[in-house]
Structure formats: C-alpha cells, structure tokens
Design a protein around this ligand. Structure first.
Ligand SMILES: CC(C)(COP(=O)(O)OP(=O)(O)OC[C@H]1O[C@@H](n2cnc3c(N)ncnc32)[C@H](O)[C@@H]1OP(=O)(O)O)[C@@H](O)C(=O)NCCC(=O)NCCS
Length: 267
C-alpha cells in the first residue's frame, strides 16, 4: 500500500451484464478457466515454452500511466468499496484522502500501471513506489507495490499480471527487492506474492512480503519495451473505437431528429 491515500467521482456503473463481454479480452473466465499446469520440476525448455505459451494465451494489455491519467486514477480509486479501500491503503480512506494520494503520486520517480476495459475505464491499477537509493551499495534497493482491481474484474488474473509487470519494471530499474504490505486477511494479495516466491511474514493483522528480484537482462528489458508498446497500441485502438462509436451515435441521433421532423411535416 504505497503512499498515503485520498479522491474524485463518477465511477461509471456499467451494466454488469456487459462485464463478461468487456472482460473477455482479459484472460479466461475464472469460472471456466483450467487450473494452472504444475511447474515442471527443475524447469527446462519444455517448462519455459509452456510458461511462454501460458503468458501469451492470457496476455493482458498493461498501460504505463502518466500525469494525464490522474483523473482516471482518482475515478478508479473512488470506485473501490469501503472495505477494499481499507485493504488497499491499510485504513478506510476517505474520498478526500484518495484525492490527496492521487495528487501526490510522483510520476517522475514512481511507476503507475493500469489495465483499461473497452470503454477505457481503468479496471485495475498498480503503483510501484521506488525508495531513494540506499547510502551504501551493499544495502538493498527497494520498491513497494500496491494494487487494486475493481470488484467486477476480479478473479481473472489482473492482479497477478500487474504484480508480474511491476516486478519486471522494478528489476529493470536495478531494484533487487519488491516489498508488499498487506493485511493478513488479504488472501488474494498474499497468494499473488507467495506464488511469485516472496517471503511472507505475518505480524498479527498485518503482513509484509519481500520478493527478491534477479538482475535485469537484455531479455527482461526487451520484454518491458514490448509490453509498453503493445499497451500503448491497445489504448490508442480503444480510444479510436470510442471516438468512432461516438460519431456513429451522433449520426444516428441526427438521423432520428430528421426522421421525426419529416413525420411531423407529413402529419
Ligand atoms: C488483491 C486484488 C488486487 C487481487 O486482484 P485479482 O485480479 O482478483 O487477483 P487475481 O485474479 O490475479 O487472483 C490472485 C490470486 O488470489 C486468489 N484469490 C482470489 N480471491 C481469493 C479469495 N477470496 N481467497 C483466497 N484466494 C483468492 C486467486 O485464486 C489467485 O490465485 P491463483 O492464481 O493461485 O488461483 C483485489 O482483490 C483487490 O483489488 N483488493 C482490494 C485492494 C487490495 O487488497 N490491494 C492489495 C493491497 S496493496
């Protein structure tokens, strides 16, 4: 739960009936998805190929957010229910605190990753907060991960995908430890961290998880660059689709207006 929280309005309450359609691009439906194949002992080329195939088949466009997305970030966080705000920030964040948190995100230092649905609603959001470099090179470089997924979009692997992407980004920035602070009751979050190999320490109601990251490689840098490019393409594509849909709606509206005028004239 990086940073201190805060908020602004207008969560678009999409028709829940549309969600399955909206989310069909975000991986298999959890109700019908097969369970993960067990890891091949010792890894090997077959395991790598299987992992690459699984990654491709559940590919989700992840967008690197910038200052211009602040309004969407606020909308996403405000749409979280009270208990989710508590899980996300560690306290029941008010609208005002959410606003403050969003305004306080330092895009020059941190990274914010998001997943949009076809209506360009931000359905999943991750904040990777980088700690200042340690005074001694022997000390660990850390980044803290915080995430939220809108209720309607949960259980589809979006939280896990954002976690994986954040780990990749942190690794490529030379960070060696990813830190997650979660309430001990937060089973999905702790499950994501533990599945990635993080060491989880419970202290009563609170838990801390540390994931050691390997050094970056040319492959990890290329993977991030490719993801970024595809995420941007996906966003532009959805935006164009939205503009086109707006034009079609306007044309239909104008046509309906003329049809009505015609009918009135004839009567
Ligand atoms: C935590 C959160 C981001 C997870 O998002 P998500 O997209 O639903 O997560 P995923 O679909 O990737 O699922 C993650 C894992 O949790 C498991 N899980 C989901 N709901 C669960 C539950 N109620 N109990 C136990 N495990 C659960 C999933 O099965 C999955 O594990 P698997 O891949 O081994 O099957 C989401 O629940 C959320 O936004 N919570 C509120 C904010 C929050 O808690 N943030 C974290 C603190 S920073």
């Amino acid at each position: 739960m990086p940073g201190t929280p805060p908020a602004a309005p207008e969560p678009s309450p999409a028709d829940p009936a549309d969600w399955d359609h909206e989310l069909s691009a975000f991986g298999p439906d959890p109700k019908t998805a097969p369970t993960r194949a067990p890891a091949e002992p010792g890894g090997g080329p077959l395991a790598s190929a299987r992992a690459a195939l699984e990654r491709l088949s559940t590919w989700v466009p992840i967008h690197a957010l910038a200052r211009r997305h602040r309004r969407r970030i606020v909308e996403h966080l405000l749409a979280l229910e009270p208990h989710d705000r508590y899980l996300r920030f560690g306290y029941p964040a008010s609208d005002e605190q959410i606003h403050k948190y969003a305004l306080g995100i330092d895009f020059g230092r941190d990274e914010v990753l998001g997943i949009f649905n076809r209506r360009l609603q931000l359905v999943a959001l991750a904040h990777l907060a980088y700690e200042p470099p340690p005074p001694s090179p022997s000390q660990r470089t850390m980044a803290e991960f915080g995430v939220s997924v809108l209720r309607q979009s949960r259980g589809r692997g979006l939280g896990r995908r954002l976690f994986d992407a954040a780990a990749l980004h942190a690794r490529n920035r030379g960070v060696d430890t990813l830190f997650i602070h979660a309430l001990s009751e937060n089973r999905p979050m702790l499950r994501i961290a533990a599945a990635a190999g993080a060491v989880v320490e419970r202290d009563g109601g609170e838990s801390a998880a540390w994931l050691r990251l390997p050094p970056d490689t040319v492959g990890s840098q290329v993977e991030q660059a490719l993801d970024r490019h595809l995420g941007e393409l996906d966003f532009q594509f959805k935006r164009q689709a939205q503009v086109l849909s707006g034009i079609v709606d306007s044309v239909a509206e104008v046509k309906a207006h003329f049809d009505a005028s015609d009918r009135e004239t004839k009567e």
